[in-house]
Ligand binder design. Sequence first.
Ligand code: FAD
Length: 441
Amino acid sequence: MKIAILGAGVSGLALARALVEGGLDADTLTLFEAAPVAGGLCRSKTVDGFTYDVAGGHILFSKDTDTLEWMKTAGGGEEAFVRRDRNTRIRFEDRWVQYPFENGLGDLPEQANFDCLAGYVHAWHARTKDDTEAPADFAGWVRWRFGDGIADHFMDPYNAKIWKRPLDQLTSDWVAGRVPDAPIEDVLRAAIGIQTEGYGHQAIFWYPKKDGFQAITDGMASALSTRIRLSTRIEEVVRKGEGWSVNGEDFDHVVCTLPLDLVPTFVPEVPGEVAEAMRGLAYNGLVSILVALDRPEHPDLSWIYLPQTAQGPANRVTYMSNYSPGNAPEGKTSLMLEITHPRDVPFPGSELEAESIDGLIHAGLLTKDEILFTDRSTVDRAYVVYEFGMAERRLAALEWMEAAGLNPLGRFGRYDYDNSDQCVIKARAMAAALLPKFQRG
Ligand SMILES: Cc1cc2nc3c(=O)[nH]c(=O)nc-3n(C[C@H](O)[C@H](O)[C@H](O)COP(=O)(O)OP(=O)(O)OC[C@H]3O[C@@H](n4cnc5c(N)ncnc54)[C@H](O)[C@@H]3O)c2cc1C
């Protein structure tokens, strides 16, 4: 029995580990990974003693306590992690606004507070009393859900930075269930300055003491190291008898965690219309910029959102050295900026760093003389983009993959908006489903 797992990000690694935990002989597994290190989007990088996550700031949390414990164990156990209270804010001109935005209206300048509150009340009335239907497009949904004031002051400019396209080209179904509905009383309280609770979601998180978020996938990979072929790109997967030939080598089963949009480049038997659906799946990439600082401490913040254009192209800044003291040398601190990037466009040059730093200076977050250096990482695929037509393309792609027996798994392997814990949940579920088949031979 030989099983090929394509991709050694957290999905491929968790699947392999769960199969072995379920009793499968590790020698039956081969993981193929194009990069020189395992971990995929969970990777981290250390430069001159400063550590940052290469695909935006990553935190460990899960509503599923078993998964959380499983990931902590993989990353070295409770002792290997720092436990943090989440403390996030929105930077609005020179103010700190509580997150979520509708719970922080009282932190806004008076006119913006009024615009947001009036809009919220109108929208709330239309939604709950007139029973208006949620618009199918994201731009319309934002106004329906939050009102014109929050759309104008926060949601529209913030989302324009992330999605890099007109918001009416996006659907609203992906976000509908994700945004908790704040009770109207809380929004009113917040607007007149009475502190409200906000939501408990992600109130606490964990982060590895050393080596960044990648410590978790390093831990997963350590027991499998002889089974992982690094720097080995998948070039061709073709059916052979009952199984598959992967880069010319025979396997009985394949699990694919590689991006669905790339599948037609290495699986020649994908039919034309399915290949077109796969290639048409939309995503945005990401540039993560570490800013190493000669500053002994930060405010007690986890990360902040930058909705305003004058704050530069970054939409989010992570206080990396607050995640773990191990992320910066003694007496120094670091920030990390996230700038999304549209598909099929070359990444910008160093003007991006210059613009981003100017934006942070404008926002009052740092001064030029405290910057020690910057370092950049890019990933081609960071966010699934829910354009119209996406759900149909994704379904066609997944149905074909499943019928072919290529077992699609992972954030871009299934084009799901999954965090690493959800990848682990799905990988462990897949392991449980496949084990009987794999053990039968
Ligand atoms: C900005 C951002 C913030 C996030 N924040 C969090 C967070 O706070 N907490 C959290 O838990 N999750 C977070 N996530 C999500 C998390 O990063 C992903 O869910 C997870 O890393 C996806 O893992 P995966 O294995 O499915 O995919 P990937 O990590 O993409 O793994 C796929 C692997 O396949 C390899 N590969 C690709 N093509 C080939 C080829 N042709 N041949 C061989 N190998 C190939 C890649 O190198 C990669 O290693 C965040 C993601 C982003 C983008």
